[in-house]
Design a protein around this ligand. Sequence first.
Ligand code: ADP
Ligand code: MG
Length: 694
Amino acid sequence: MRPEALFPLFAPLSSLKGVGPRNAALLEKAAGPHVTDLLWLFPRDLIDRGDKPTVAAALPGKIATLTLEVVYHEPPPDRRRPYRVVCRDATDTITLIFFHANKDYIARQLPEGEKRIVSGKVELYSGRKQMSHPDHIVPPERADEIPDVEPIYPLTAGLTAKTVHKAAMAALERLPALPEWLDPAYVAQNGWPEWDRAVRNAHAPSGPGAFSPLVPDRARLAFDELLANQLALALVRARARKRAGRVIKGDGHLRQKVLDSLPYRLTNSQTQALSEIAGDMGSNGRMLRLLQGDVGSGKTVVALMAMLEAVECGGQAALMAPTEILARQHFETIQPLAEAAGLKIAVLTGRDKGKARAAVLEGLAAGTIHIVVGTHALFQADVAFDDLMLAIIDEQHRFGVHQRLMLTEKGKAVDVLVMTATPIPRTLMMSAYGDLDSSRLTEKPPGRQPIKTVVIAGPRRGEVIEGLKRQIAAGAKVYWVCPLVEESEVSDLAAAEERHAELSSILGEETVALVHGRMKGSEKDAAMTRFVDGPANVLVATTVIEVGVNVPAATVMVIEHAERFGLAQLHQLRGRIGRGDQASTCILLRADFLTETARERLKTLAETEDGFVIAEKDLELRGAGEILGTKQSGLPEFKIADIAYHGELMKAAYDDSRLILERDPELKSERGKALRVLLYLFERDAAIANLQSG
Ligand code: ADP
Ligand code: MG
């Protein structure tokens, strides 16, 4: 249960003084639903209201704080024109302008004949001074309510800087006294303030230097958040370790059969990864391991061998993929191999319904199905296993910790292997997994030819198509990836359809297939089949092919408006070719004008195929905020911390959390109790549940 001291911070925003339902809704959009969310919304800039000139001296385009006498009101003749209030001081007149005004409000704020202090931007209109919608209007006796420097928050349309500032100030009034959860020596060494001081300071920036994520106030709060994150992960992990796992050590007979039927030998990387996995499964702890490897590095067969080990011990294994297409593809790869070893394997996705689905569920519950491949449909409540020993999650960056744990609830002490195709920079990995064990496939299967990557100006598309004709005549299969259009999915689709029509008219209709995210599953399958086994040599696609698809005969990829894609995404896309033993080419069509970072991205891609190098470069170019910001990343989003700046703090938080749990595994000491409060403060309640029931 959340400690009482934190209740005021988890109240809704509408509970704050001066925040009505309308503003509460807007603030919620900008920050989040609770008072805490508003506390973590830091100002980005400052407005200087210290300039207090006479009207005559006030400069148009500048913020000024004026002392005015209200002369008279001029209500508008119709709704389209603004309400005007003419004011003056000893030197000149200035008109205050209000569009869509609330008359009563203006009458109350600006009574004729009285003095008011008004602050806002001075404008010049037909040679006369005016100010539209002043930011502040107060009577002289309340002049000190207008701050000399006013912090500016990240805004949502409809909110004024004043509204957010006032709400933030009201939130600060709620700050409870909380015990210090950090090691005092560490705090002193960094020159950090106490928690509540840090929060207050973060909302009261004093100059342009105050906005860096590295100033002591913000660094301290970032560390608090990172420590909550790392401690929560460490707790989940400690509990998983404590719950005895099962010793899963197969005799190898199934694996041998499959190895014998493979047309190739495993790479050293694959063998190494398998022995690490076998080590985890064969110990009595629980496995939670990440298998990292570029597209095409051969993760699927590693997954299969691990699953076979579970089956050799009389158990079942599940492989979960992020999309329907990928699940079916894994199934098709694995099925013949598994059946050659005499096993029963099934597929289960959202598309499987009725009798077919019922049959799979029955087989899983009875244990007659040994291996199941599927999508998140595997989580559904009515899916039960006879004895699930191993869950493999092909993450491709789409699942979070939560889903991972859900699948493990389906068995007793399930071992978990998470596969990911885009290598994750180490700091980002820590943020998502803490001290997850990891195996890396650094070697490509033998016989792969390097992919030649070229960057070509978009208008030369015609030449590119001419070149394709020759390659198609020689039997090449070509992916044509359509531009990601920012505005909407609809225009994405329109672009793909347009290109499909153009290429069909040049290359012939039979030759070109189209697949996009709006198609029904069966339509997608039909298009894919035409491309993989049929007459189509060109597949025009939106980014739906990003995930997984394996067509070894595909040797050419054209990516239109490559500058619009992220580096990691381009790398993933390119990984769809170069999968066979033929030389492959990737053609990046670019816009005429490129930003500096877009140029860097395309250059990096043309220079290297090493996913680990690309991942680090991506982090450097985009910053963690953006990588984490992509909703599909499956990585946690931080409210305060930014890994691009706080990588060192992340490592420190990781070390600290280990030390804490070594000394005080139940968080019972004074500091331990304070740390519990920290976990609640950052909404890691689930991690605390681990403590209590464990
Ligand atoms: P990933 O899932 O890592 O992207 P896959 O498992 O789909 O890669 O493997 C890509 C291709 O490489 C598949 O066609 C697979 O049969 C093949 N492959 C895997 N391991 C080897 C190996 N050791 N030698 C040769 N080919 C391999
Ligand atoms: Mg794969």
